[in-house]
Design a protein around this ligand. Structure first.
Ligand code: PMP
Length: 356
């Protein structure tokens, strides 16, 4: 026996299951499993971004402090650049904020919610405390959250609104109360572009100096391939979060693409309008088939096929070229389908009928 100690892997990391989705299947007709935009960045913008990139010095680091990107974001959302922290996707910014506010403490989560939060909690050495959702629309337990933060200590709520994978939002009134009762509130609004404007928590920032809102260009802005996300918070908090992100996490290419996309926010708004109309059409069609569908204000639907058998139906759909997310390990029989183009959605509904 060697006297060498075992590699000191932290127990909470050892306990994580690696994020694995298996080999990507071939012959897919509609990829509706990642809540991506079905509308790619138009060729004309791709060409403009490539031309801008060609002129940059690739041997130099990107803009230090990402001032240009922060200014572009600030202009579109009507905030100030010093309130913005950017990162390599919003996942990175959420991880930084969790580590700053909840590292060594507790992170309040409302499952079923975005599974990455559990991985982030482990990395940040925050203890996840679960306050489950309930009801047919998976409503967040507002009272449970307020009680938990009221107990004191280092307890930080992380709320997802609209929530992935269930699709619903929390009222701003609840967020206001949560902010009044907590040291800091983390709010993930990755999908808020698909929700009514009354769900956008940005107006709360003026009265809630301890609120941190996360947004991304991966969904409504069609930029998931380039990893651009951000947080918006009071400058004092933004400064602390930024300390937990390594410099230059948004690279030249992402910066150029973001600048081009943010120059024309109407393009994203048009895509969102089509996706939200389609969401209601697909939800009504699913209900018409007898499926259970949670009310959604996002670009996906959380549903159980009529008569159950979620895992079987997902496999049937896959064999017909339709890729949806299996959520049966989270809620029995549930699947999550992203809203695609009208053609992709028709294909999904047709193949679903065949699969039942
Ligand atoms: N938050 C939620 C709720 C998400 O669903 C996702 C992506 N699936 C993210 C954050 C991370 O997005 P990104 O890192 O691409 O900005």
């Amino acid at each position: 026996m060697s006297g060498r100690p075992a590699p000191p892997v932290r127990p909470e990391i050892r306990a994580l299951r690696p994020y694995a989705l298996g080999v990507p299947p071939t012959g897919i007709l509609a990829k509706l499993d990642f809540n991506e935009s079905p509308y790619d960045v138009p060729d004309e913008i791709k060409r403009r971004v490539l031309a801008a990139l060609e002129k940059r010095r690739w041997s130099h680091y990107p803009d230090f402090g990402a001032r240009r990107l922060k200014e572009a974001i600030a202009r579109v959302i009507g905030r100030r650049p010093e309130e913005i922290v950017v990162g390599n996707g919003s996942g990175e910014v959420i991880q930084a904020a969790v580590s700053v506010f909840a590292g060594g403490g507790e992170l309040l989560l409302a499952p079923p919610t975005f599974s990455l939060y559990f991985q982030i909690a482990a990395i940040a050495a925050a203890k996840p405390v679960e306050i489950p959702r309930s009801g047919e629309d998976f409503a967040l337990d507002e009272k449970g959250f307020l009680e938990a933060v009221g107990r004191g200590g280092r307890v930080v709520p992380l709320v997802c609104s609209p929530n992935n994978p269930t699709g619903g939002t929390v009222p701003l009134d609840f967020l206001r109360k949560l902010c009044a009762a907590s040291g800091a509130v983390l709010l993930d609004q990755a999908y808020v572009d698909f929700a009514p404007s009354a769900d956008d928590a940005m107006p709360l920032l003026s009265s809630c100096p301890n609120l941190v809102i996360f947004r991304t260009l991966s969904k409504a802005f069609s930029a998931a391939g380039f990893r651009i996300g951000y947080a918006v918070a009071a400058p004092e908090l933004a400064r602390e979060i930024e300390k937990a992100i390594l410099p230059f996490s948004v690279d030249l290419a992402a910066e150029e693409l973001a600048a081009a996309l943010l120059e024309e926010p109407e393009r994203a708004r048009r895509a969102v309008a089509s996706i939200t109309v389609e969401r209601e059409r697909v939800a009504a069609a699913l209900r018409g088939l007898g499926a259970k569908v949670a009310a959604s204000r996002s670009n996906f639907l959380f549903f159980a096929p009529p008569g159950g058998g979620g895992a079987r139906v997902r496999a049937e759909l896959l064999s017909r070229g339709i890729l949806v997310r299996d959520m049966t390990n989270v809620v029995p029989d549930r699947l999550r389908v992203s809203i695609g183009t009208p053609e992709e959605n028709d294909l999904f509904l047709t193949m679903l009928k065949e699969s039942l």
